[in-house]
Ligand binder design. Sequence first.
Ligand code: 2PG
Ligand code: MG
Length: 425
Amino acid sequence: MSEISRIDLWQALDSRGVPTVAARVRIGSHEAVAIAPSGASTGSHEALFLRDGEGNFNGLGIERTMSTFSKEVLPSLIGIQGNDFSELDRVLRTFDPTPIQSRFGGHIPVAITLATWLAYSKSAGKEPFEVIAQHVRSAPSLPMPMINIFSGGAHAGRAIDLQDILAIPTRASSFTEGLEWIWQIREECKKLLSRRGFDTALVADEGGLTAKLSGDEEAIALVSEAIELCNLSGRAHIALDIAASQLFHDGKYLVHESGAEVALNSEEFVSRWSAWLDRYPIISVEDGAAEDDETGWRAQRALTNRIQILGDDRYATQLARLNRGLAEGEANSILIKPNQAGSLFAALTTLQVAQRHGWNTVVSARSGDTEESWLADLATGANAGQIKVGSTHRSERTAKWNRLLELSYDDAAPFNNASALEKFI
Ligand code: 2PG
Ligand code: MG
């Protein structure tokens, strides 16, 4: 009795108080719930999140799509084997075949596929990460965390242009030690901000600190100073999520320098941030050019030997887009967000292909996330190497860190030290 026998869908809230979908899947006598995350800086190539546009929650509700989906699609999912992720994905795709899932969106399928994985894990008496490890035929490992310290962009009222300044405990010997190092860095940053007269009680969407600083470079300098003050120089490094698609308007990047807006072309924009690599311990840059700015992505190619060049909006966890990036050699790593792919299986496939080509993979939460912890199991089971969840603060973030702390305590898998990042340190 390991086939799906029942699926329920209802409307839940994400960490920003925005409606999302919860799915409950029953396999044998076991049930599990999963809630779909969603983003603020969403790319145009990711699976859609379709909202009703009118009615409950000022049009942010999703009841209409859920109701059509329940009538048209759900009956065909009943009877599929709970561990047959590819069959579940195949049937779902027959109803909504475009990569962005334009008919029903990716939020309902991703919740169903995740809940199926979790229900199957229970029915098989296995931990969720073990089921993933079996699926990808990989040895599980605890991921290196990439943790948000300071936020701007769409996550913090555009306090600065950069979306996320994060820290990676590259030389930590265990997940637990790494998490504590980054916690110390955040505390130190908080003190520095407070000394400069900023209100540090305010946190951004992902729990990061935020303040109206003079610009991006002041914020990077702040995190860099905090790393030094913690005596972690050379042992913790900086990662940026530039989220460049958000800054790209009519072929130009609009950024702020000394309070004034400047418009940069693709090469100028990439040169602007690559100059920071000489001044600060930055080893990873995500979305350093807008999702479809070919010139901007070409301009980063030379940097792939120096730092982790990470694609988020650029690839949107979509295999076809990753394949193009692999052919171009424009990056060396990919962010994996299950809801961008609109299904667990599709996200895992993209991750496996990236790994097979020697790219680093970073499993990531969204700015609108949930209190669930499955992302930690996904990163561990898939041997992703790295995980990005947001800050050490706020429950939707700590749910994932706390699950990793549990797995670490249990010695469930070895810690993935910085091997994938070693060449950039
Ligand atoms: C990102 C994510 C998570 P969002 O850009 O990487 O930080 O943000 O979920 O808003 O797309
Ligand atoms: Mg991003």
